[in-house]
Design a protein around this ligand. Structure first.
Ligand code: MN
Length: 741
């Protein structure tokens, strides 16, 4: 079935728009022809197919290509690959067909994109491993990841057509992986939009509320910004600076995240906007100096906050971001963040990766940029083939977002590491060999342990020794993916060596007694040496932890008793592992699943501790075969959903049974005589509520309290919070999300 005339008109219009955007990247007629041919092939291949929204499918690849050229700034080949990105996946065309028509490079990109879509369709636990495979394409061709991000962005922009549980899966993947990746690749605008869209579907009420408040305060804000900007404009103009100034409101997501993190209301966030100055550099003076010149002109007018200057001009962020940020005291005693950038820096900030490369070729110096160094790290980490893909992904994800410190080698080269890194992380950052033999460190010329934390500006030198080798405890003292992977690889290799040595030692010893190594022998040996497996026994033996003295006696012994002891030790406690109260496991929980009504068993997830009335999502736990009930905004859930999205299941609370749930409140306020009494009266006065624990301490006229109480549902909890809030002196009451610390 073909498309209607109206469809054809819209398709034509959208493609025209794409071609107009591509005018700037097409060098000749051949380029234009290539894009047109890709469009015709994709259109023909997806002919008659429609998206959930009802629109012709071909509009999706066109939109992705449009993002690729307009918002990421990639070239002709990427536009072609974007147009073809779903062709091999969804139609009868093969990669070979693409290759014969568009050449090997484009075919390779389409192949990468096809493999990646497979990642998000597989079930459950394979997904983490597949993420790793997907990230491997980073080392082949970063453009593939960038097109995938464009694809995800368009899917997020059209997410309203998906059913709710698919929305949850997609938004989780987006917030867990795609937004951090976009950030890391320098695509700030796209990262913000992905975050905002995720929020819009995860917490529509919160999103709408913040959106409305931003609109509500718009007039006041504009007036303030105008007042703030006026003297700056005058001053910069009189200094012949060509510039643009604008006041920008932060993204809805970043405002929301701050409200969550700091438990504050919208009104309490003071840095809701920033003023940005983008200048056209004059060719004779270095950009850097011009940034500082503008900074000094502004601080002539407004006093800067001394500890709030961020100099990413001299040392750009690892994702390539360059700018000078400062916070100054504006009119009416309000702190205002000012960002100073050149036009080039602005483009890098908006476009990220692509702009970075564009300018990189113009740079005279050939020094390796921070960005390239990060890419190298990712490549190394990926190639070291970790055993546990989920763990790798967690580490990798952390490496995307953590704030950074910059430290120096003895020769004065700078290295960027995540905040909280130790000298040992630095050693591995320099080279795996240096890490593996690190004995100590000189931090700013002072001898320190290799576990010593390092901070921005430190000069670090690593002292190595041939006699040193990595130990398992090192893992607790490093935070970078590279260091962790290197140490684990070393230990794994060492373990294999130990096993091999152990086998030789053991079999040699058995020969002395003329006993062949049989299952019977191991039944005696393992419990006697308190080892769970043969490998553990061999490995400990090979490492010299175990000695074979007295083995003769063990071989002759009757092993029955010891085996018993050994096996009892081996029984794991699944509930302890899950962190769930042992007592709870037998109680029926008052949660009903709309999908599964028979004999369902739920576990209230201890990480977020939802109570009736909270918005919840169920997660099918493959270990316990029960459904864990998480709060919708639980971080643990987001992680699980991103890795095993298919295990999500909708659940709702049923209200017909009365049970009590443990909840914890935290409060702060100004101490006064009688406040404790009033507090306990308010709480104990409620019939539905039982206090388990009340803990209040007071210092310097401030009191802080923590109450554990049993409530029936969120309504009761809200009511009690409201009553406590009304007590004179109480400034803050918050629900503690996570009771297990
Ligand atoms: Mn797609």
């Amino acid at each position: 079935m073909g498309y209607s005339q109206e469809d054809e008109r819209i398709i034509g219009e959208q493609f025209e728009r794409l071609m107009a955007s591509c005018a700037k990247i097409c060098k000749n007629e051949y380029d234009k022809d290539l894009i047109q041919r890709a469009f015709f092939l994709a259109k023909e291949a997806h002919e008659g197919v429609r998206r959930r929204s009802g629109e012709p499918y071909i509009l999706h690849p066109i939109a992705v290509a449009q993002i690729v050229v307009d918002e990421i700034g990639l070239g002709v080949k990427s536009v072609v690959a974007a147009l073809l990105h779903d062709v091999v996946e969804d139609t009868d065309y093969t990669v070979e067909d693409i290759e014969s028509r568009f050449g090997p490079k484009i075919a390779l990109m389409v192949d990468g994109l096809t493999k990646m879509s497979g990642v998000f369709k597989t079930s459950a636990s394979e997904q983490a491993e597949n993420f790793r495979k997907m990230l491997l394409t980073l080392s082949d061709d970063v453009r593939v990841i960038l097109i995938k991000i464009a694809d995800r962005l368009h899917n997020m922009r059209t997410l309203q057509f998906m059913p709710p549980h698919k929305q949850m899966k997609i938004t989780s993947e987006t917030i867990y992986l795609f937004a951090p990746l976009a950030y890391r690749l320098g695509l700030f605008a796209i990262k913000s939009e992905l975050e905002d869209l995720s929020l819009k579907y995860r917490f529509p009420e919160d999103y709408k509320q913040i959106e409305a408040k931003i609109a509500e305060t718009e007039a006041d804000r504009s007036r303030f910004i105008e007042k703030f900007n006026a003297p700056i404009i005058e001053k910069l103009k009189s200094n012949d600076i060509d510039f643009e100034i604008s006041g920008r409101v932060k993204s809805i997501y970043s405002i929301w995240a701050k409200m969550q993190r700091k438990h504050v209301s919208f009104e309490e966030i003071y840095d809701i906007f920033a003023v940005r100055i983008v200048f056209r550099p004059s060719p004779l003076i270095p950009e850097k100096s011009q940034c500082w010149h503008i900074y000094s002109l502004i601080t002539d007018i407004y006093k800067p906050k001394p500890d709030r200057i961020r100099d990413w001009v001299n040392i750009p962020k690892a994702n390539g971001y360059e700018a000078l940020h400062s916070t100054v005291m504006g009119p009416d005693g309000v702190w205002v963040e000012v960002q100073i950038r050149s036009e080039r820096m602005e483009e890098i900030a908006e476009r990220g990766f692509a702009a970075h490369w564009k300018y990189k070729s113009e740079k005279l110096s050939k020094e390796e940029g921070e960005f390239d160094r990060w890419m190298k790290q990712v490549r190394e980490a990926l190639n070291s083939s970790p055993e546990n893909a989920v763990e790798f992904l967690d580490n990798f994800k952390l490496s995307l977002y953590t704030s950074e410190i910059v430290v120096f080698t003895p020769k004065g080269d700078s290295r960027t590491l995540p905040q909280g890194a130790t000298a040992l992380d630095f050693a591995y950052e320099i080279h795996t060999k240096i890490g593996n033999s690190a004995m100590g460190a000189k931090i700013n010329r002072k001898i320190e342990s290799i576990f010593a934390p390092i901070s921005s500006g430190d000069q670090v030198e690593i002292i190595t020794s041939k006699n040193v080798k990595p130990k398992a405890e090192w893992l607790e003292h490093v935070i970078t993916t590279k260091a962790k992977q290197s140490i684990m690889n070393f230990l794994k290799k060492e373990n294999l060596n130990n096993i091999a040595n152990g086998i030789v030692l053991f079999e040699g010893k058995l020969k002395e007694y003329g006993v062949p190594p049989s299952a019977r022998v191991f039944r005696k040996i393992l419990p006697a040496y308190e080892c769970a497996t043969k490998d553990e026994f061999y490995s400990k033996l090979g490492a010299g932890i175990l000695k074979l003295d007295g083995i003769e006696k063990i071989l002759r012994d009757n092993p029955a008793n010891k085996i018993l002891k050994f096996w009892t030790l081996q029984i794991p406690n699944p509930f302890r592992f899950l962190g769930v109260d042992e007592k709870k496991k037998n109680k029926k929980l008052v949660v009903d699943s709309s999908e599964d009504t028979e004999e369902s068993q739920f576990i209230i997830a201890p990480c977020c501790n939802p109570i009736p009335g909270d918005e919840v999502v169920g997660y099918k736990n493959e270990v316990t075969h029960k459904i864990d009930v998480h709060k919708k905004n639980c971080n643990e859930l987001i992680k699980l959903a991103a890795q095993h999205g298919n295990n999500l299941t909708p659940v709702t609370w049923s209200s017909h049974k009365a049970m009590s749930y443990l909840s914890v409140l935290e409060m702060r306020g100004i101490d006064r005589i009688g406040i404790l009494m009033e507090l306990s009266q308010v709480i104990t006065g409620e019939l539905n509520i039982n206090i388990r624990e009340l803990h209040i301490q007071s210092h310097d006229g401030i009191f802080e309290g923590r109450i554990s109480l049993y409530v029936k549902n969120i309504k009761d909890l809200r009511m009690i919070m409201e009553k406590v809030r009304r007590i004179k002196g109480v400034e803050q009451v918050n629900r503690v999300e996570n009771k297990i610390e």
